[in-house]
Design a protein around this ligand. Structure first.
Ligand SMILES: *Cc1c(COP(=O)(O)O)cnc(C)c1O
Length: 450
């Protein structure tokens, strides 16, 4: 076949080492995921394609769980549904022993549908409609209250049930990191949290039995967790002593980082991201030094990203290549920000299905959308990729398959590779039917037939 003609340009190529900022992605090659060839996966399930590794998911869960369980005697993990609520992913983590952490009625129902009893669900979030609170209270879910109006709503629910409801309070506080998340829960330093306890106790319908705090996401500072748990213990004892309560759990939320590369942080994740043991140590050591003798409230973790991110890959195919006016090489690939919402924050790892000869060149990967913001990678260094080349993007297991959108293109299939190396389709690719299933066209708008 004749090579397509391309007007020659002269451009200084920066090779890997010369570039102190850019990740030198270069020649990472990945021809398989857990033993299954990329070419087989694409032949069977199409491109783009999300691929999850059951082995990696279980291993990461066990590693993180162990980091905490070896340091504190009463640890419990609850799976953050919004991070990834594909049934198969949730089922694996429930099998591992996690309960469900949900932040909406939809997620609550999804967990119930999967077979999780209400009593094994933690219900968080700022928007819990009365109907959802009623079901959650009846089914014995752990409800962490976000604001005063929710206290009033839950009091109504308790009156309706004719019995008091056990509840937790979500707190926000200064832990030395910025930006400080102040929009969720009750502020500790201002006294608002204490006011909430007073209100709750005086109402007589709710029983405070837990405290919750979720600092943010992708937090790189273990000491922030140490400060948070210290403040939670102090507050727990204050309210236990003053109001004759027992705080049974301290829920430190999620937010632990995965081995991903945040934009603006040029160090490799191995260097920039503290080991998860450092977080476990900061939390558990602080707990053990602050708790009273023989008091071991349940330490709950709602870790999402750190558990699932590295288990997820996205296979994408080069559709076209082009030169921008400034000479920059650009590729159009078949997966964009419609399926990779997290591309706005991360410089992912890029791997080639097979090595391609030729010099590495800085290049941009554009997705398939007709939108300027559709950029998958703006700092890639890749050899000249022929059309049809496949790239494997990772880690993409967190937040993408919940935040993806039906924008311009339907969503691709998702495959899980089990521990024996067998691929399972866990979500079919969408097509036009999925897009139009809920549309209704008023009679008077029907296009005239010829
Ligand atoms: C999103 C969220 C989590 C999980 O956060 P990660 O950063 O994915 O670990 C946990 N708890 C609450 C309340 C959340 O909103």
């Amino acid at each position: 076949m004749k090579e397509p003609y391309e007007k020659p340009i002269i451009k200084k190529v920066q090779v890997g080492l010369m570039n102190k900022f850019g990740p030198s992605y270069g020649r990472h090659v990945r021809s398989e995921i857990d033993g299954v060839p990329i070419s087989d996966l694409v032949a069977r399930f199409g491109s783009p394609l999300f691929v999850f590794s059951e082995r990696r998911l279980r291993e990461k869960y066990r590693t993180i769980h162990q980091a905490f369980a070896t340091r504190y005697p009463n640890v419990h993990f609850s799976w953050s549904y919004k991070t990834n609520y594909l049934d198969a992913i949730c089922a694996i983590l429930h099998q591992e022993g996690e309960t469900a952490e949900v932040v909406s009625e939809l997620e609550y129902q999804k967990a119930r549908r999967l077979g999780v009893p209400g009593s094994e669900i933690i219900f968080n979030g700022p928007y819990k409609p009365l109907s959802a609170l009623k079901v959650a209270a009846e089914e014995g879910a752990i409800i962490n209250i976000d604001h005063f109006d929710e206290i009033y709503d839950l009091e109504e629910v308790a009156k309706g049930l004719g019995q008091p409801i056990k509840v937790g309070l979500r707190l926000n506080m200064d832990t030395g990191i910025s930006p400080q998340w102040t929009r969720f829960g009750f502020n500790l330093e201002s006294g608002q949290a204490l006011d909430a306890v007073k209100r709750l106790v005086s109402g007589g319908h709710l029983i405070l039995h837990g405290l919750h705090c979720h600092l943010g996401t992708f937090i790189l500072e273990p000491r922030a967790y140490g400060r948070a748990i210290a403040k939670m213990v102090e507050f727990a004892y204050q309210v236990e002593d003053d109001f004759d309560l027992k705080i049974e759990y301290l829920d430190i939320g999620g937010g632990l980082p995965s081995l991903n590369r945040l934009k603006g942080i040029y160090l490799s994740p191995d260097v920039a991201v503290p080991p998860l043991e450092d977080f476990a140590e900061a939390i558990c050591d602080t707990l053990l030094s602050r708790l009273r003798p023989n008091d071991f409230p349940t330490l709950i973790l709602e870790t999402g990203r750190a558990i699932v991110d590295e288990a997820g890959f996205l296979i994408t195919t080069v559709h076209a290549s082009k030169r921008l006016p400034d000479g920059t090489r650009a590729y159009v690939v078949d997966a964009g920000v419609n399926v990779l919402f997290t591309a706005f924050w991360y410089n992912f790892r890029l791997e080639l299905e097979e090595d391609v000869p030729g010099p590495l060149e800085p290049c941009i990967l554009y997705g398939p959308l007709c939108m300027n913001i559709d950029v998958v990678a703006d700092q890639a260094h890749l050899p000249p990729l022929p059309r049809g080349s496949r790239l494997i993007i990772s880690p993409v297991g967190a937040y993408n398959v919940t935040q993806w959108m039906q924008f311009i293109r339907p969503r691709p299939a998702v495959v899980l590779i089990d521990k024996e190396g067998h691929p399972h389709l866990i979500r079919e690719a969408e097509d036009l039917e999925d897009i139009v299933a809920r549309e209704r066209l008023p009679e008077h708008l029907r296009l005239q037939k010829e």
